[in-house]
Design a protein around this ligand. Structure first.
Ligand code: KIV
Ligand code: ZN
Length: 511
């Protein structure tokens, strides 16, 4: 058995299903390019039958990345499988990933199907998928709560019908490491045609065991790990790419397994994701969190100074954390900006580099030191924005503890037409949001508002995230600026643009 583990990244599919992690097409493409640089083997780009937007994003990713397999997820239905194939067929290496639940609970309550009907559906779906492409993955949803003998039959039928990868998900994060190890061993030893497929695992983190279960399954003989950046995913998330790949690397002698992950790209990749979805990385997160390499106690500090290995099992450099070095300033030219963009892994056109250089210079007028994080925030702000219905233009705010209520005067563009208004609020942010709501004729409810400093220092850029809900539809908006009130206005407008985009997609789907 080979010791090479296939890393299947599902940040753009399972990860994107997690609340608040919605990405637009440009952001998905940028992330897919970074995943390719990171060295994943398979990118699950989305669920093409879910919406027109998903279909287009999967198709665009399939056309963009070159050295990685592009998978699309689909239910075990002919129409879904066909739609999935239409979306991924432009990829150099396309994969159809189809799934059906095999646990008694799901078969009875969700699918309302007998075990025999489920087996028939598996055979039909996998045969159809493999008539379209040779690379077919079949997932037994809720495998860890399925009855073992039935699971073994389902797997055997899927392989006989043409599945080349069999995925055993711990869909609800219920499994325990030893138990999951035994399940994989059981399948590998019991299913008669097991050697014809690669076994994969997909573990959720409901009990905090996703990485442990994934590693246990790899020890038992699974050779594909389904993971996400920062562990994002449904509910408590999925096994994280950084934990699984760094466990395999740091404990290489224990596992004797290899991946194609370029570990120095782990931190830049997770930062990019964090910026795109507007959620900061928690400080205590292993490997990528702010505290992961911070040594607070005197005893630890003294030990690390004498010999880093006393308290560090891996180096910060090995995961791409070179430190928060100052990179650019007022006098930095285009070449310096381009060099920093290259180091950060951004591949931009000449025109885009010029745009970022102008933005860096503009920011350097307001802020003395420009850090990598500032550059990343500017790239996201200037380059990876979707074409917007609403565009922020100018803002002036009056606030304080005088008799006048806080007032915001704003000008924005709606479909290219300029609109201006001033309105009040209980505070400056409330005034800004009220004014924007009136200018756009929308009535969203603000569910969450968070502001985070991109770097240290009182002149740091503020990164604002807002979550809105309107008519049962949710969206998240994010923006950064050296003025937090301006960042708030832009984040609010960004969330409205996402709501408008989703409306457009729903309209398209009706046609
Ligand atoms: O958690 C799960 O079971 C899934 C499958 C569709 C692979 O996401
Ligand atoms: Zn999942």
């Amino acid at each position: 058995m080979s010791n090479r583990v296939i890393i299947f990244d599902t940040t753009l599919r399972d990860g994107e299903q997690s609340p608040g992690a919605t990405m637009n097409q440009g952001e998905k493409i940028r992330l897919a390019q970074q995943l390719e640089i990171l060295g994943v083997d398979v990118i699950e780009a989305g669920f093409p039958a879910a919406s027109e937007g998903d279909f287009q994003a999967v198709q665009a990713i399939a056309a963009t990345v070159k050295n990685v397999t592009v998978a699309g997820l689909c239910r075990a239905l002919t129409s879904d499988i066909q739609r999935c194939h239409d979306a991924i067929k432009g990829a150099n290496r396309p994969r159809i990933h189809t799934f059906l639940a095999t646990s008694p609970l799901h078969m009875q309550h969700k699918l309302n199907k007998s075990p025999e009907q489920v087996l028939e559906m598996i055979e039909k779906a996998v045969s159809f998928a493999s008539s379209l492409t040779p690379d077919v993955e079949f997932s037994c949803e809720d495998a860890s709560r399925s009855e073992r003998p039935f699971l073994a039959v389902a797997v055997e039928k899927a392989i006989a019908a043409g599945a080349t990868t069999i995925n055993i998900p711990d869909t609800v994060g219920y499994a325990q490491p030893q138990e999951f190890y035994e399940l994989i061993k059981f399948l590998l030893e019991t299913v008669p045609n097991a050697s014809k497929a690669i076994f994969s695992v997909h573990c959720h983190n409901d009990l905090g065991l996703a990485a442990a279960n994934t590693l246990a399954a790899l020890s038992a003989g699974a050779r594909q790990a389904e993971v996400t950046l920062c562990g994002i995913g449904e509910r408590a998330g999925n096994a994280s790419i950084e934990e699984v790949s760094m466990a395999l690397k740091t404990r290489g002698c224990y596992y004797n397994l290899e991946t194609g992950i370029k570990s120095e790209q782990i931190y830049p990749s997770s930062r990019l994701l964090s910026m795109i979805i507007g959620q900061p990385i928690p400080p205590y997160k292993p490997i990528i969190g702010g505290n992961a390499f911070a040594h607070e106690s005197g005893i630890h500090q003294a030990g690390v100074l004498k010999c880093a290995e006393t308290y560090e099992i891996m180096t910060p450099q090995s995961v791409g954390r070179a430190g928060n070095e100052m990179v650019l300033g007022k006098h930095s030219g285009r070449n310096a900006v381009k060099a920093r963009l290259d180091e950060l892994g951004f591949t931009l056109t000449d025109e885009q580099v010029n745009e970022v250089t102008d933005a860096v210079k503009e920011l350097a007028d307001k802020k003395k030191n420009i850090f990598s994080e500032d550059v990343e925030a500017l790239v996201l702000e200037k380059i990876y924005r979707m074409p917007d219905k609403y565009r922020f233009k100018h803002l002036s705010v009056l606030s304080g503890n005088m008799a006048m209520p806080p007032t915001a005067a704003l000008s924005i563009e709606v479909d290219g037409e300029e609109r201006k208004l001033a309105a009040f609020g209980v505070g400056p942010i409330d005034a800004v949001f009220n004014t924007i709501s009136q200018l756009t004729g929308r009535n969203p409810v603000l569910k969450q508002y968070a502001v985070n400093a991109v770097t240290g220092g009182t002149d740091a850029q503020g990164e604002v995230t807002v979550r809105l809900e309107e008519g049962g539809h949710k969206s998240v908006g994010r923006s950064s600026d050296s003025d937090v009130i301006v960042a708030s206005a832009k984040a609010f407008i960004n969330a409205l643009n996402r709501l408008a985009k989703k409306e457009e997609e729903r309209e398209c789907a009706k046609l």
